[in-house]
Design a binder for this molecule. Structure first.
Ligand SMILES: [Zn+2]
Length: 560
């Protein structure tokens, strides 16, 4: 089955349940972010990875819808709004706009930016809650129950606390003067235990449901113990910023159902048009929210009779300098906006793509970003492109060299092309075997590495063949032309390959080579203009006039 194949129906119980599937249509989600603080590196990371994955798959001919957005309900947001001195609405709008601007600045081409305060979302949260309220669990008992919740409550935080959030003496870590009080509160709960066995079977049967495998095993461990009921409400007296429960106006929805249901409402669920996107949905998450996405969410969906997500792709976290958790007191917090200000969004995207890992935490610091920027981007990529273009302009009368290739240079160009193709085909040729997932989150660093390797080979080649020396003998003119053409054409393919990671830099480089930019098209912008991209040697137009040669990565010295 090719990617342009007809509708396929896979009957696989919870997974697809007769959903209409289009092989080349996929849907990537990021978590939605609390607006009680400014966007930080963690938000930038997941959202940029989602964008890279989207562009990467679009290059392979897929139609990819990307959603992100802001979670604007709950206690923390309500408190932050109160402190801000603004009206709640003004506060939430201002904060949500800050996230949207941040993702624009990072070059993220999202197709839908959800605000959980939007009316359609709130209506559908109530719709699913009404459905759940009427549902009987597999054990024949009601799914949603009301009961007293008792626990240790901090009046400063206005939250129930876990033992880990308290000192040995029972004082709140955030309010050292307040001892958490044993408190009882009436709330609604969703019973999860009746679904545990089905979920375990599902996770065991679908080896790719959670990627990579390490997290699937963690999920199975979480599911090896009985599941506690999930609290889904807060009394309005305590929390007003939330979606009112459709079956009890004294309560608002507490966090999870409200937040997670965005993945459905973003694609118009329950309108049947949601189906073709939902059939290929992949949730990108950090490892800290595996339980909410791997346990709570599938059970909510099973209970509401909605097919489970196709895949949950998990990544690890970033540590600051010295491998320690970032914190203000250690002074090792990396502010993505300061990095963008100095190095540009592309350099940050490159660093994240090249160094992120899905199974283990990676280190990030401004020093590491500067070193990567200078050695990999400025010295290797930017310098090679600029040197070859300036040489070509000087030697070939302001033009690119002619395209006739010496056999040796032709072999070199073929090797470069192969590396670029490898970057795109490690696990990614669409086939029945891998279904919808042409490229995995985990393969992004490998892609960056393959492309960097190609750039390294070209640098070595040019240094070894030394066209600047050869040119001194008039008899070498055609060889010099061939060397320069082969490497500029190789750079063109590398720039095309880099487009998912650094779209802005790639297109600026391509423009210097007289090439049209790579762009997303459609409404929403879910496909690559021109369709599936092929890496074909010889597309550089020999003899074309060279435009303005710019410096893609101005060298940045350490600021003393
Ligand atoms: Zn507290």
């Amino acid at each position: 089955m090719g990617i342009d194949g007809p509708w396929v129906i896979i009957d696989d119980s919870f997974r697809t349940r007769g959903l209409r599937i289009e092989m080349n249509r996929t849907y990537i989600t990021t978590p939605i972010y609390y607006v009680n603080a400014a966007p930080h590196l963690g938000h930038a990371h997941t959202t940029v990875m989602a964008d890279i994955l989207k562009r990467y798959r679009c290059m392979l001919g897929y139609d990819v819808f990307l959603s992100t957005g802001t979670d604007e309900h709950g206690q923390k947001n309500q408190e932050a709004a109160a402190k801000s001195g603004l009206s709640t609405d003004e506060y939430l709008t201002g904060q949500s706009d800050a996230f949207r601007r941040a993702f624009d600045l990072l070059g993220v081409d999202y197709d839908f930016f959800v605000r959980t305060t939007r009316p359609f979302h709130k209506t559908q949260v109530q719709f699913i809650e009404s459905r759940l309220k009427e549902t009987m669990a597999p054990d024949g008992e009601p799914l949603i129950i009301q009961k007293l919740y008792s626990g240790l409550y901090c009046s400063g935080c206005e939250q129930f606390k876990r033992d880990a959030d308290l000192t040995d003496d029972g004082f709140c870590l955030e309010h050292p003067n307040l001892r958490a009080e044993q408190t009882e509160e009436n709330n609604y709960f969703l019973r999860m235990e009746p679904y545990r066995a089905d979920l375990v079977t599902y996770v065991e049967k679908n080896a790719d449901f959670v990627q990579p495998e390490q997290y699937r095993q963690e999920l199975l461990v979480m599911l090896s113990q009985p599941l506690e009921d999930l609290c889904i409400s807060r009394p309005k007296a305590r929390l007003s910023l939330g979606v009112e429960l459709p079956f009890d106006p004294e309560f608002v929805t507490y966090v999870w159902i409200d937040a997670l249901v965005n993945y459905l409402t973003n694609v118009n669920w329950p309108d049947p048009s949601y189906e073709t996107r939902w059939a290929g949905v992949e949730h990108l998450i950090g490892k800290d929210i595996l339980k909410t996405h791997g346990v709570f969410w599938p059970i909510i969906l099973m209970a509401a009779n909605v097919p489970l997500p196709r895949r949950i792709s998990v990544h690890a976290h970033w540590l600051g300098a010295g491998g320690q958790k970032m914190s203000k007191s250690l002074g090792n917090v990396v502010d993505p906006f300061e990095v963008i200000e100095t190095y540009g969004a592309s350099a940050l995207r490159w660093f994240l793509a090249r160094n992120m890992r899905v199974t283990s935490d990676s280190q990030i610091s401004v020093d590491l970003i500067r070193a990567t920027y200078n050695t990999e981007l400025a010295n290797q990529l930017g310098n090679l492109l600029q040197r070859l273009l300036k040489f070509s302009a000087a030697r070939f009368d302001g033009c690119l060299p002619a395209s006739d290739l010496d056999p040796k240079d032709n072999e070199h160009l073929k090797a470069i092309r192969q590396l670029v193709c490898n970057a795109y085909s490690a696990n990614n040729l669409p086939s029945e075997a891998n279904g919808f997932e042409p490229v995995e989150l985990a393969s992004i660093p490998k892609m960056a590495e393959d492309l960097l390797h190609a750039i390294g080979l070209m640098n070595e080649y040019v240094t070894r063949e030394a066209p600047w020396t050869l040119i001194k003998e008039p008899a070498n003119a055609s060889r010099v032309q061939s060397i320069v053409y082969a490497n500029l054409d190789g750079l063109r393919m590398v720039l095309e390959g880099l487009w998912p990671i650094m779209p802005d830099i790639a297109n600026r480089g391509l423009a210097m080579l007289g090439q049209a930019p790579l762009e997303l098209t459609g409404s929403p912008r879910t496909t690559l203009a021109g369709g599936r991209h092929e890496f074909i040697a010889g597309r550089l137009v020999g003899g074309a006039r060279i435009g303005v040669i710019e410096t893609l990565f101005p060298r940045i010295e350490t600021i003393a």
